[in-house]
Design a protein around this ligand. Structure first.
Ligand SMILES: CC(C)(COP(=O)(O)O)[C@@H](O)C(=O)NCCC(=O)O
Ligand SMILES: [Mn+2]
Length: 946
């Protein structure tokens, strides 16, 4: 049988890793990771006669044998095959296919589940034309059945297994999910339903799953899963790995071609140390029985703590000097400098307890907890390094539930690795640290095709999760909007802090290489189960890297460095202050109903909670840039179902601008070429003043009408602009010394705002390029963001603009008194219409509107519209739509317009083709920082092809 990806579904390699547990570890299988003294090389998987599966490098990957297989006979695409993520109907598929995998450990259950993207596709003719023109098929998606959806990460305490089962049942995850458009989702759970699980609990609770949910557990080997999970996360998630030294977290870019070999240290109850050489190729080289279970077990006995997190929290307020014997204690307060030991180095953990006449109750539990934490973290760091040394490995990734994003633990481990390796080896941590096994178990459903996903196919989002109150955990992210709003309201009433579903570990750390006590941040260390430091992973296989980026590896979209705390504070204040106005607009866009007000209120609280969270720990959601913040705001609006907050403002501005477009075009058309080009660029810069995201601009709009402000802005234009490469650009366009350069073949115009910005700025510029014989592709947002124009809206705007051109022609034909102008206009005024027709934009809108009744000239250079794949005021060119990537193939000019796309992001981006970056700087601070100028200064940056 052929797999959906066209490759055969090979049989099953039953040569499953046979781990030999040592004598004492039988019950330890129930705990996480306590598998000591095993050194079997699991990379020697033999293919048996059933055939083993090969990864892309030809390595064997073994899978267990009970996975369900898909019956693809009579498979067909349901609905419109041109849709972005069409549902595939498998009429003959009878097995239930689970979209859930579990890692059931001794203290936590980790759940990874999949849901399809909701079907928002609309009948968009533009898309169809674009696909035909650029020859885009659905080939990109490779027709994987499950791609095009979201991966969710949820944790439960193992002691609350029933809550976990209720959750699975309520979401019907064991059947494939009722809330998503799955094949066979109506089918009742059948006898054969199977879910993948790893961890000791997969054995321990198998009967309970059968009894409660009617599903069988297909047990996946824990080591296999850990490694598969770590490999996937390290390859597919841009900001997965980070270092943590002296309280400073820094994300590490992992080169996918240079990932292996590495050492994976999984710290569960016990510790496994695994050398990873490739996909499915690994060897458990060592381990230690002193791990998370030791910390928790000894800690519980010594401090009477009730939970792991309570113990960890205690350590935050501890001082281990009262209990540890330090070098200084032995050397009379002096360093032992000859062998490089400072007085504060721990000579012997708990060493003071031998000489003191104190009893257990004489020690503070806080101090005991810290001493224990340091002893164990240190020891793990040291053993890990020694193993790295054994195999000549420089990179050590630490995962497992013990770490739980705790800054002090990470610092201590890092310090040990750094200290013993003399800086040669590096300790790294993983954002999905606790989910490695669960991800691996999910990956073992081979049909998902997750192996082939690349980093640009994944987008991580951070929806609001269940808040928690009084330390009690309220489970997984809330799905239902109403439920979510209710939570928000409840917490407001109680005056309780609302938290995002992200890590609550404080940044507080010693700053001294783990040798001092942690700063006292106990109050902010929250319970682990509510503290997911991961968002929801959106799998979008249609996304591509923009092909015209000169050096995608070096590309960094964000211009402003938010790791500067002052900068971060400034932008947080800007966004907070903008909130009331944004909520007003959003509520008004939904008719100002009570429901809209309620949602508006919840949105404001949710976004404020995100800001507060990020202020506390800027790297909580991965590497933070201004673009991420601006996008988070848009996503948060969408989460509370505000799909287009500026809808009516955009419409009003479009109409007002279209009304003055004929006058502008007339004016332009009787200018000579050089003056016209300058006027056009001035026009783009002036019209970029229409920006409802800028505080200064919004203040301006109280003072005059849109057109008045536009005129004022144009009148104030004075060259040289603060960044002024116009002369270079002009030379490129018009040539010099009588030499006419060849016109550009195709220009991509990344447009920004609605209203004057698009109508009076970018469209006239597009018309000029078309007039010169350059194909023009308008690149606009896929989803609304502030007052930005979207790809969906553009065809109508272009159609209206073309209509205006026609009325202009009609009008000027009557103006026989000025025959010269008549000639000019009749030659040029229908450029937009013909180009739009040639580009397939006027399918409905214009067919019956040509005043002279003439049909469009399909041989004209086309004007096209493509969506960019974003719903944000900024653009990260590593993840753009396949439409845009296809349109870029023959482009030799890129024009980026607006602050978001040309300044906040991409100001430093280099392209393979010529690039023009145009923007008005509508923020004083940015003007000072970026161009040493002032507010309303302009940028016209031209860069030749690199
Ligand atoms: C959100 C924006 C990037 C949009 O600018 P645009 O791309 O439309 O030119 C910009 O308005 C902005 O940075 N605003 C926040 C700063 C301020 O209010 O001054
Ligand atoms: Mn904008």
């Amino acid at each position: 049988m052929a797999g959906l990806n066209g490759e055969p579904f090979l049989g099953i390699d039953d040569n499953i890793e046979k781990l030999q547990y040592n004598n004492n570890s039988k019950e330890a299988i129930d705990k996480e990771g306590l598998v000591v003294g095993i050194g079997e090389d699991s990379s020697n998987n033999k293919n048996n006669n059933q055939g083993g599966e090969k990864d892309m490098a030809g390595n064997s990957i073994h899978r267990s044998g009970s996975r369900p297989q898909l019956d693809l006979s009579k498979a067909e695409i349901q609905g419109n095959s041109e849709e972005r993520d069409p549902t595939i109907l498998l009429p003959n598929q009878t097995d239930d296919i689970s979209h859930l995998a579990l890692d059931i450990g001794g203290s936590l259950i980790k759940l990874v589940y999949f849901s399809r993207h909701e079907d928002h596709s609309v009948d968009d003719k533009r898309k169809k034309t674009v696909k035909e023109r650029f020859g885009i098929s659905n080939g990109n998606r490779r027709n994987f059945p499950i791609l095009g959806g979201r991966l969710h990460f949820v944790k439960f305490e193992t002691s609350k297994l029933n809550e976990c089962l209720d959750f699975i049942s309520s979401k019907q995850l064991h059947r494939g999910g009722i809330d998503s458009h799955h094949w066979n989702s109506e089918a009742p759970a059948n006898e054969n339903a199977v879910i993948k699980a790893t961890g000791g609990g997969a054995y321990k609770f198998a009967d309970l799953f059968k009894e409660r949910l009617g599903v069988s557990i297909d047990k996946e080997d824990e080591m296999d899963c850990l490694v598969a999970g770590a490999n996937f996360l390290l390859k597919a998630i841009r900001h997965e790995a980070f270092t943590h030294m002296e309280g400073h977290k820094e994300f590490v870019q992992i080169d996918h071609n240079d990932l292996f070999p590495y050492l994976l240290v999984n710290i569960g109850s016990g510790v496994s140390i695994i050398k990873v050489d490739g996909d499915g190729k690994f060897q458990r080289v060592s381990g230690t029985n002193v791990g998370g279970g030791t910390y928790w077990g000894l800690g519980r006995l010594l401090t009477k703590c009730k939970s792991f997190d309570e113990l960890l929290e205690l350590s935050q307020r501890g001082n281990n000097r009262t209990i540890d014997m330090l070098v200084g204690d032995i050397y009379g307060g002096m360093d032992y400098s000859k062998i490089g030991l400072s007085a504060s180095t721990i000579a012997s953990s708990f060493g003071k307890a031998i000489s003191d006449k104190k009893e257990l109750q004489d020690y503070r539990p806080e101090d005991i907890s810290l001493s224990l934490l340091r002893m164990i973290s240190y020891n793990i760091g040291q053993i890990s390094y020694l193993n790295a040394l054994r195999f000549g490995l420089k990179r050590i990734f630490f995962g497992g539930f013990f770490i739980r994003g705790h800054a002090y633990t990470m610092d201590t481990i890092s310090f040990a690795v750094h200290f013993w390796s003399k800086g040669e080896a590096q300790a790294m941590f993983l954002r999905h640290e606790g989910f490695l096994g669960a991800v691996g178990a999910f990956m073992s459903y081979q049909k998902h095709g997750l192996d082939d996903l690349m980093v640009h196919h994944l987008v991580e989002r951070f929806p609001m999760g269940a808040p928690y109150t009084g330390g009690k955990i309220h489970g997984p992210p809330l799905g239902d909007l109403n439920e979510k709003i209710s939570w928000m309201e409840k917490f407001v009433l109680k005056g309780t802090e609302i938290t995002a579903p992200v890590p609550m570990a404080p940044p507080g750390t010693t700053g001294l290489g783990g040798f001092e006590v942690p700063s006292s941040r106990g109050a902010t260390l929250r319970s682990d189960a509510s503290a997911l430091n991961v968002g929801v992973l959106h799998l979008v296989p249609t996304l591509e890297v923009f092909p015209l980026l000169a050096d995608p590896k070096m590309y960094e979209p964000n211009t402003i460095d938010l790791s500067d705390h002052k900068e971060l504070e400034y932008w947080f204040t800007v966004l907070s202050e903008h909130l009331p106005d944004l909520v007003d607009k959003a509520v008004a866009s939904e008719g100002g109903t009570d429901d809209a007000k309620r949602r508006g209120d919840a949105f404001a609280r949710a976004f404020s909670a995100h800001l507060a969270r990020l202020m506390e720990e800027p790297a909580a959601y991965g590497k933070l840039g201004l673009a991420n913040l601006l996008e988070l705001r848009e996503e948060c609006l969408r989460e509370f179902q505000f799909l287009d907050a500026y809808r009516s403002i955009k419409q009003r501005e479009n109409e007002a601008s279209l009304a003055v477009l004929p006058d502008l075009l007339l004016e332009l058309d009787h200018m000579d070429e050089e003056t016209r080009l300058l006027t056009l660029i001035e026009g783009v810069l002036a019209a970029n003043i229409f920006d409802w995201g800028s505080r200064a601009c919004v203040d301006l709009y109280h003072k005059g009408t849109i057109i008045e402000i536009y005129r004022m802005s144009r009148n104030k234009m004075q060259r040289p602009w603060r960044v002024d490469d116009f002369d270079l650009f002009k030379e490129q366009m018009l040539g010099s010394e009588g030499k006419k350069p060849r016109p550009h073949k195709r220009a991509l115009l990344f447009v920004d705002n609605s209203g004057a910005d698009i109508v009076l700025g970018m469209l006239p510029l597009a018309r000029e390029l078309l007039r010169r014989g350059t194909e023009v592709v308008l690149v606009a947002n896929s989803l609304p963001a502030l007052n930005d124009v979207t790809a969906m809206e553009l065809p109508d705007i272009v159609a209206e603009a073309a209509k205006v051109c026609l009325s202009l022609q009609f009008h000027t034909n009557l103006l026989y008194l000025i025959p010269k102008m008549e000639v000019l206009v009749s030659q040029h005024c229908d450029i937009l219409r013909r180009a739009a027709e040639a580009g397939g934009l006027l399918v409905d809108a214009m067919n019956n509107n040509t005043l002279d009744g003439s049909r469009g000239n399909s041989s004209s250079v086309p004007l096209m519209v493509v969506e960019n794949g974003c719903g944000s005021p900024c653009i990260d060119l590593r993840q753009v739509s396949s439409e845009l990537a296809a349109a870029a193939k023959h482009a030799d000019l890129v024009i980026l317009e607006g602050m978001g796309r040309a300044l906040h992001t991409n100001f430093n981006a280099r392209f393979k083709c010529e690039a023009l970056k145009l923007a008005m700087v509508k923020n004083q601070r940015l003007a000072e920082k970026l161009i040493k100028g002032k507010i309303y200064d302009c940028v016209c940056r031209y860069e030749p092809a690199t």
